[in-house]
Write a protein that binds this ligand. Structure first.
Ligand code: C5P
Length: 208
């Protein structure tokens, strides 16, 4: 039987890096489910289609090919913003969750990261992590990331954006972001990447 690790948390908490490292150390397949929402949003934007028409967005989501997802192409801020708008629509979520569940059963194991993996997509996953950090720390990291890659950023604007994304993700009716009851909480506010990885790895090792 396959082994699934569910990793959830808010934007910029460090889930992405952690999930990649965990998948690599165990030789598991990794799916960043945020990319499925981003790819759906990008396809709509590229085709000049509305972001709030549930039937159209669901059709795009149903036709999505998970193998072609690429964070570089989907990283833009506008795409993340549009993704969080399409992610409130139940028909879009149904289509993407189905594709994510099909991915989750790959052998020998999988790591899925997102917002609702432990609560909705893989509620029976033997390991669930909820990775978080304060909004200030997350905004600071995002700000430094933008500056480090040569971009221009304003900390207050980045902070406001992190808060807005949290509100949309935690406040939506369908599959709001929240820790599963049996999730291990990992607050990375005062933890480096290596410490977070070691903490996550000991939780997984204990369950394997
Ligand atoms: O994590 P990332 O910023 O790539 O996700 C983009 C958006 O997709 C999130 O703000 C969230 O609204 C949505 N999302 C979701 N459920 C997931 C993953 C992402 O609703 N499992």
């Amino acid at each position: 039987m396959t082994f699934t690790i569910a990793i959830d948390g808010p934007a910029a908490a460090g889930k992405g890096t952690l999930s990649r490292q965990i998948a690599e150390v165990y030789g598991f397949h990794h799916l960043d489910t945020g990319l499925t929402y981003r790819a759906t949003a990008k396809a709509l934007l590229d085709a000049g289609l509305p972001l709030d028409d549930e039937a159209i967005a669901a059709e795009i989501a149903l036709g999505l090919d998970l193998s072609g997802l690429n964070r570089e192409v989907l990283a833009k801020h506008e795409i993340g913003e549009a993704a969080s708008r399409v992610a409130v629509m139940p028909a879009v979520r149904r289509a993407l969750v189905e594709a994510q569940r099909a991915f989750a059963v790959r052998e020998p194991g999988t790591v899925l990261d997102g917002r609702d993996i432990g609560t909705v997509v893989c509620p029976l996953a033997p390991v669930k992590l909820y990775v978080t950090a304060s909004a200030q720390v997350r905004a600071r990291r995002r700000y430094e990331e933008i500056v480090a890659t040569g971009g221009a950023a304003d900390y207050d604007a980045v902070f406001a954006d992190v808060k807005k994304r949290d509100e949309r993700d935690m406040g939506r009716r369908d599959s709001p972001l929240k820790p599963a009851e049996d999730a291990h909480l990992l607050d990375t506010s005062e933890m480096g990447i290596e410490a977070a990885f070691q903490a996550a790895k000991s939780i997984v090792d204990a369950a394997l």
